[in-house]
Design a protein around this ligand. Structure first.
Ligand code: ATR
Length: 556
């Protein structure tokens, strides 16, 4: 290796690296659209109540140029708001039908109107002449700055005549890449963008599997020291990248204003990100949990467990994780890595071969609904569905010796039957398909009973472990009305809160337990397994009940 004694003289053609424009940005950028200039500004008005950083999607307007005077007025009135102007062309996934020159012109004018950042898609950057790009970058943004120390105070009081002064600054150029199909070659894409030395780099792909999030997070980890970068995977499977991106160095993430649906698939609202996922508090020490399933978005586990983490001051976040295979699940769990997870349909059984060890009920039922990462980096499986059935009952009665009918022979029924037999109950499996009832009863040391015999047997408890009565299920009742003969009815279905079976029992004066209790109790035990501390049960129950009631009201 050569040793250099003299500093090397720079060749004349070697340019100094560009000094990047660094804006002070909030971690959330709210994307704002409108069908008319007035609607865009109206939506921007509501967005700035939630965040001081907004993206104005000029390409959502039929004539973007018409909005520029209103944008200027709006930004002058809202000192401290940072606006990013986007006018993406149709060929590149946006809504703008004009030419490249027209796009560049609108972005330059938007900057003159006060937008401190402009987004140019990579296809446009590559299509433009160097001089055209330089013209755009040379635009000076005139913004009002509060003369009072502390911009936020100035911003608020500017309406009341507080002193402000005008400031000029170079516009920040963001160059963006969007892949609406998949997540591939992200590093190459980033290099393609970085060749232009933009102030901000934005790489957006589409997640087809959970592991795609790992590629996005890896990109951020590797590049964020040298580039001001945003990287996101769109789609329901990409939620991990939206929430954890800033932790890996992403400068911000995109969100939809709370009242809207969002401008990109998988985009979350500002409210959900802040209140639900406590996005701004996520740091290197935050433990990651989630529920794996397919579907996953309707699961109430994220709401319940995030509520519990917040109440108990646990630095953790719980995400809905739509998995396409058990391999996808295991890869994300181990490589993210995650501290624990809830497992739901259809992975409860498939996950077993990946476990280093499991509790007795997972072994017996052949299904795990809970994972914990051991200190050895291995996966441990638990079945807390059993506790979900047993705990609500043992609070009300002595289970040992009780006569209990379990309707169904699927996964939920297995948890109930094995759990109750272990407590000493006399359990009768009642199922539409008799062979399945016989097989389960034999394995669990329970008995079987034909449905038409239920009327004659006086059961202490009748448990519904079929999907009958569940929202969207065709069958309302899991048995004929005259077959109901029990001292207590426990319906494991929790949506709706009051199922036809619960209604029937109530009408007959029979005490009931709703599936909500099972759902919360299985979650309570999960929380205890993950954190080794008591769960805030009442808080968890309240959050889930409230969400179910709200959903019912919305449905009308
Ligand atoms: P889970 O894992 O949620 O318990 P599952 O494994 O699909 O769901 O099991 C559903 C159970 O409910 C099964 O025992 C099913 O009966 P079959 O074994 O005859 O399929 C039962 N089930 C589903 N729909 C039913 C209906 N309309 N009436 C009675 N039983 C029903």
């Amino acid at each position: 290796m050569k040793t250099r004694t003299q500093p090397v003289k720079k060749a004349a053609h070697v340019r100094e690296p560009r000094t990047l424009v660094r804006l002070r940005l909030e971690k959330l950028c709210l994307a704002v659209e409108g069908r008319s200039p007035n609607e865009l500004i109206h939506n921007a008005q509501s967005a700035v109540k939630e965040a001081r950083f907004i993206e104005l999607r000029l390409d959502s307007l039929p004539k973007p140029a018409d909005a520029l005077p209103l944008i200027k007025k709006f930004l002058h009135a809202n000192v401290g708001v940072v606006a990013l102007a986007t006018c993406r062309r149709k060929a590149n996934g946006g809504g703008f039908t004009g030419t490249l020159a027209a796009e560049l012109d609108i972005l330059a004018k938007a900057a003159e109107a006060g937008c401190q950042m402009v987004d140019l898609e990579i296809e446009s950057a590559e299509g433009a002449k160097a001089a055209q790009l330089e013209t755009l970058r040379a635009v000076r943004v005139k913004t009002k700055k509060s003369a009072v120390a502390g911009a936020a105070i100035g911003a608020v009081s500017s309406h009341n005549g507080a002193q402000t002064q005008e400031e000029q600054a170079p516009v920040a150029l963001m160059i963006s890449y969007h892949d609406y199909q998949r997540t591939k070659n992200l590093l190459k894409v980033a290099e393609r963008i970085e060749a232009f030395e933009p102030d901000y780099v934005k790489v957006v792909s589409t997640a087809k599997a959970l592991v795609d999030n790992l590629a996005v997070l890896e990109l951020l980890k590797r590049r964020s020291a040298t580039s001001q970068m945003v990287a996101i995977a769109m789609g329901e499977e990409g939620i991990v990248s939206r929430i954890l991106g800033p932790r890996e160095g992403g400068v911000f993430t995109f969100a939809a204003p709370s009242e809207s649906k969002g401008t990109a698939p998988g985009q979350l609202t500002a409210y959900t990100l802040r209140e639900h996922y406590r996005f701004e508090q996520i740091d290197a020490a935050t433990k990651i949990y989630g529920v794996f399933g397919n579907p996953a978005s309707q699961s109430l586990s994220p709401l319940m467990q995030n509520t519990a983490f917040r109440k108990e001051g646990v630095n953790a976040v719980f995400l809905p994780l739509k998995a396409h295979s058990v391999e996808d699940l295991v890869a994300l769990f181990q490589e993210l890595p995650m501290a624990g997870a809830a497992i739901t349909m259809p992975f409860k059984c498939d996950v077993l071969p990946h476990l280093a060890n499991m509790d007795a009920f997972t072994q017996k039922t052949g299904a795990a609904n809970t994972l914990r990462m051991g200190a050895d980096g291995k996966l441990y499986g638990f079945n807390t569905d059993v506790a979900g059935v047993v705990r609500p009952l043992e609070r009300r009665m002595r289970i040992a010796g009780a006569k209990i009918a379990v309707l169904g022979a699927g996964g939920a029924a297995r948890a109930a039957v094995f759990g109750l037999v272990a407590q000493g109950a006399e359990v009768f499996v009642v199922n539409r398909t008799q062979e399945k009832a016989v097989a389960l009863a034999r394995k669990a040391k329970a008995k079987t009973l034909k449905a038409d015999k239920l009327a004659k047997e006086n059961m202490d408890v009748l448990i519904n472990a079929t999907p009958c009565g569940m929202i969207g299920s065709k069958a309302a009742l899991p048995l004929a009305k005259n077959e109901l003969n029990a001292k207590l009815v426990f319906d494991l279905v929790y949506n709706p809160l009051e199922t036809p079976l619960i209604q029937l029992a109530k009408a007959r004066g029979i005490p009931t337990i709703s599936g909500l209790e099972m759902f919360v109790q299985q979650g309570v035990q999960q929380f205890e397994i993950w954190t080794a501390r008591p769960a805030p049960e009442a808080e968890m129950m309240r959050a889930v009940r409230h969400a179910l009631e709200e959903a019912r009201e919305k449905k009308g």
